[in-house]
Design a protein around this ligand. Structure first.
Ligand SMILES: [Zn+2]
Length: 257
């Protein structure tokens, strides 16, 4: 299996690109703790979904993310995109995960489906197949990203660089889909799942080409029972502990090293 870390080590050391390459910090797969970036959705002027009884998504997901971070402390180096009630643009969340060289990025949310108040339960999204074209479009811009990372001299090696970048993105998509399946399966042992919980969509926050990324909807604030669960600190702790257990298992998989 192709490893993103090895890929980046390769791209950083390939003689073809040597002059342009910025040396990346040396990472020996398997020796250091994996990096987990948690992204509590919304914040600040963006409340996210508002529950039928007034619960704000931005507050619920921040608390869950912090609980997950605590519970994952010994298994990963955990970073949060926000630790307070502040607004962060989507591209900045993606950029943060990439800067941190995250092994896994999880954006944490709570759903709302006002037209279907019966909808309940957790679901997980990866970047969709249809977005894949869009993603390919992003990758067409990959040259700019590669430029950013390795400097203008890479332009001369544009074809090689974009092929390698495309390989990394495919590997990332594979890892993201694997994470979605594994997480939903594991979490489903203890938490209520939405019907058809493995979902995909074109979320901007999932577009890092080199970081496996998932968006978790922890439940529906448009459903009074789910809102009650998500509004209860003890229940949030429970959700967080289950998520942390499954994330820890995932991070032991070589796909995420
Ligand atoms: Zn949300």
């Amino acid at each position: 299996m192709f490893s993103r870390r090895l890929f980046f080590t390769f791209i950083a050391t390939a003689p073809l690109l040597a002059q342009a390459a910025q040396p990346r910090p040396s990472t020996k797969p398997g020796t250091a703790l994996p990096v987990l970036v948690l992204d509590p959705g919304h914040g600040g002027r963006d409340p996210g979904a508002i529950g039928v009884n007034g619960t704000y998504e931005k507050n619920v997901v921040l608390d869950i993310a912090q609980e997950v971070a605590n519970a994952c402390e010994s298994a990963a180096k955990v970073k949060l995109t926000r630790e307070s009630d502040k607004f962060i643009a989507l591209p900045d969340r993606v950029a943060f995960a990439r800067e941190q060289q995250a092994n896994l990025f999880l954006s944490i949310h709570a759903d709302s489906a006002p037209d279907n108040p019966q909808a309940r339960g957790l679901s997980a999204y990866s970047l969709s197949q249809t977005a894949s074209d869009d993603f390919a479009g992003q990758l067409a811009e990959g040259q700019n990203i590669v430029d950013e990372r390795y400097g203008a001299a890479v332009k001369e090696q544009g074809v090689v660089a974009s092929i390698l970048y495309d390989l990394a993105a495919k590997q990332t998509i594979t890892a993201s889909r694997f994470a979605k399946s594994a997480l939903v399966k594991g979490v489903g042992r203890d938490l209520r799942l939405l019907e058809a919980p493995k979902r995909s969509a074109n979320f901007a926050v999932l577009r890092a080409p080199d970081v496996p990324s998932l968006l978790l909807e922890t439940g529906f604030l448009s459903n009074a029972a789910d809102e009650e669960l998500l509004g209860d600190g003890q229940q949030r702790k429970k959700i967080a502990r289950v998520l942390a257990r499954e994330i820890t298992t995932l991070l032991n998989n070589p796909l995420f090293r």
